[in-house]
Write a protein that binds this ligand. Sequence first.
Ligand code: HEC
Ligand code: HEC
Length: 200
Amino acid sequence: MGLATRCAAAMAAALCAGTALAQEPQPYAERYARTCAPCHGGAGVSALPLTPSLAGQPAFYAITQLFLFREGRRDSAAMTAVAREMSNDDLRGYSEHIGKLPPPPTSPADADALRMERGAALTQRLHCTGCHGSDLAGGRQVPRLALQREDYLLHALRGFRAGSRVGYTPAMTEALAGVSPAELEDMAHYLARGPAAKAP
Ligand code: HEC
Ligand code: HEC
């Protein structure tokens, strides 16, 4: 818990320290278009396998993850290369830009009704909505899941389940304890297509 607390404090400081950003959002929009858009998409909707959409992610979640990449605590060759040289201002600037990208517009049309049903039931039963929100849109340091790429969601879930992705809190490892590989697949299928159920 000590580490998590220190980490959270460092990130909060990085995010909150500057107020200058509000006056100059432009440079990071441009830098995002140049540096990040080739992988994550200009509007933050990714068309690349295993590459997450960033659209609709809370700024605080984005800065948390950029921090973890920069410190080498979240493993990704692509993102480590990108984040290694980032200053705290960069973490903040990119994250603020990401936080302004509207969520992905629509879900893929190829929903499998049975898997959608199973996935929806699992996210209720396992209390995913308790942290990620009833609309699964996330908030603060908790990521948006709705309409994320299915392949990436499955990769992330498997990573937490196997312990190869370490969050800054044990929340996800605990949430997935005892969940089967097939259940992870059903949840990824469901989440990628958004919660159809408005208010269960
Ligand atoms: C070469 C491709 C590539 C480039 C360029 C790139 N990214 Fe990424 N990014 C990835 C991949 C792949 C992942 C997923 C890593 C994983 O599986 O853990 C990722 C993950 C992320 C995440 C975490 C998202 C989540 O849902 O957890 C953030 C935030 C992010 N990138 C921001 C950026 C920013 C900001 C830039 C530009 C400065 C950038 N990326 C440039 C490929 C890229
Ligand atoms: C106690 C709160 C909590 C619960 C319950 C929870 N999550 Fe999470 N989840 C988080 C946090 C916090 C993160 C950010 C990971 C980190 O620590 O870096 C996360 C990350 C994720 C990610 C990675 C998203 C990305 O963009 O990389 C996925 C996928 C996910 N959760 C799915 C689920 C599912 C499915 C469930 C239910 C089985 C669930 N979560 C339950 C808090 C929670």
